[in-house]
Design a binder for this molecule. Structure first.
Ligand code: NAP
Length: 297
């Protein structure tokens, strides 16, 4: 393997240690950061994420306000809980775990969250602010990607960043962040999707290649420019009879071939994943600091 491994776990741990000091300071001043977490139903992947988020909050001293609701919860009840969390002065961030069951509109719920507590950064007000380069909450996964680049000493400025995927939670906000006129941006950005006729034409031009397609082996080593930085956001299950669970997790980039061509690469698991939760915690701390500042005025 030629590529240097960009390990998200260690980068996330570093950021969490820096957050710890800010949390202690806020708590000393009487504002313990609080995160409201809402989970509807018992989808195993969602439960795993929510449990990990709650554990991380506990480890760092962030108060977690937990709502676990049954699968058949009506939308009105969920909106009532969001409203309650919006009004709760001890809650600085609200996370409603997606996906939601069919009877609930994820759009309506996202819109109901106070943009000043929207630590996922999914509310249109935050996304609009992001597009305009204004102060906002950066969506957690794209923010995690930028943190990995920073930790690897990769400056996007002047580079060609190619993103595979245009979702509202990863591809689009990441493209916006990388093209922003600031020190974490200033890249030339190309966004590819399923209507891109020949993906490899674009991926081969990438100095920084970010895959967020949700399909294993979307990008293989022969699709990379030698020396490219390869960031893998994807998480996919592939059958593996040698594993107890019968499957293993892989990214969207074929790790074996890509790591022979890239200069740096993130593993899956243990790459972008640990950063996503960490950036959620970071947004919650930032929100508590902003709350304190507003109260102090
Ligand atoms: P999504 O909403 O399904 O979007 C996937 C995007 O990839 C779409 O824009 C799609 O194009 C594009 N795409 C799919 N196959 C493609 C192909 N063969 N060639 C080019 N483009 C292709 O997914 P998402 O929510 O952004 O998530 C993407 C992946 O990241 C998933 O595996 C997800 O589990 C993972 N993820 C990980 C984290 C983490 O913390 N590690 C966080 C979020 C997501 P169209 O728009 O044309 O359909």
């Amino acid at each position: 393997m030629a590529a240097k491994l960009l390990e998200g776990k260690a980068i996330a741990q570093d950021i969490r240690e820096r957050l710890r000091g800010r949390i202690e300071e806020l708590t000393r001043q009487g504002t313990q950061p609080g995160l409201g977490v809402v989970l509807v139903g018992s989808d195993p992947a969602s439960s795993t994420y929510v449990n990990a988020k709650e554990r991380a909050c506990e480890e760092l001293g962030i108060k977690s306000v937990d709502h676990r609701l049954p699968e058949d919860t009506p939308e009105t009840e969920l909106l009532r809980i969001v409203d309650e969390l919006n009004r709760d002065d001890t809650v600085h961030g609200i996370l409603v775990q997606l996906p939601l069951p069919d009877q609930i509109s994820a759009d309506r719920v996202t819109m109901a969250i106070d943009p000043d507590k929207d630590v996922d950064g999914f509310h249109p007000v935050n996304l609009g602010r992001l597009l305009r380069g204004q102060e906002c909450f950066w969506p957690c996964t794209p923010h995690g990607v930028l943190e990995i680049l920073r930790a690897g000493g990769v400056k996007p400025e002047g580079k060609h960043a190619v993103i595979v995927g245009r979702s509202n939670i990863v591809g689009k906000p990441l493209a916006t962040m990388l093209m922003q006129k600031n020190e974490t941006g200033n890249a030339t950005v190309t966004v590819c999707h399923t209507r891109t006729p020949d993906l490899s034409v674009y991926t081969r031009q990438a100095d920084i290649l970010i895959a967020a397609a949700g399909k294993a082996a979307t990008v293989t080593g022969d699709m990379l420019k030698p020396g490219a930085v390869a960031i893998d956001v994807g998480v996919n299950r592939v059958d593996d009879a040698t594993k107890k669970k019968g499957y293993r997790l892989v990214g969207d980039i074929d790790f074996a071939s890509a790591s022979e061509v890239a200069s740096m690469i993130t593993p899956v698991p243990g790459g972008v994943g640990p950063l996503t939760i960490t950036m959620l915690l970071a947004n919650t701390v930032l929100s508590a600091e902003r709350h304190r500042e507003r109260r102090g005025r």
